[in-house]
Ligand binder design. Sequence first.
Ligand code: FMN
Length: 172
Amino acid sequence: MVPKTTAARHGMDAHSYRALMRHQAGAVTVIACGTADTRAGLTATAVASLSDNPPTILACIQRKAGAHDLISSVKSFSVNVLAGDQQDIAERFAGRSGTMGSDRFDGLEWITLQSGAPVLSRALASLDCELIDRHEFTTHSIFIGRVLDGKFRSEAAPLLYFRGDYWDIGTR
Ligand SMILES: Cc1cc2nc3c(=O)[nH]c(=O)nc-3n(C[C@H](O)[C@H](O)[C@H](O)COP(=O)(O)O)c2cc1C
């Protein structure tokens, strides 16, 4: 059988795609950027390691997110992998608690490492990144960050997102 060309293939609609992808359990992160009053951040699961030499990470961020343009201008960001007991932080940075912009950072402890981006002090692990590349694709951009510094809490367990819900898998 002759394979169909790309144009002739029907493909999958967005709803069916989401129905598949919700089965991919993923770490929940908060991506944060900026300084002082011009901070922005969002909850993101579309984050992956790109390379260990040099240490690089990629993050897929929708263009309409408040952090999108700020990361591009300040050229640094942090990726904070959330711990099992930080679901409230995930909800806040996903905009589900009604808190917007730099107000999302209130009441949490933030530090800076090498890049100057805000780093969540009590995250399970944090990667401090310098933006080195950006690729645009339809509604999203892929941000590539060189990891300059980081820290982790070896006693904490991760928060996972699976089938539309948060899972605290606890310590094994
Ligand atoms: C579990 C979860 C994962 C998400 N992952 C991403 C992601 O990888 N990239 C993205 O752009 N938005 C993601 N979002 C949506 C953003 O967190 C949300 O749209 C946020 O409000 C964007 O920030 P804004 O309010 O400044 O636009 C995710 C939301 C949730 C709840």
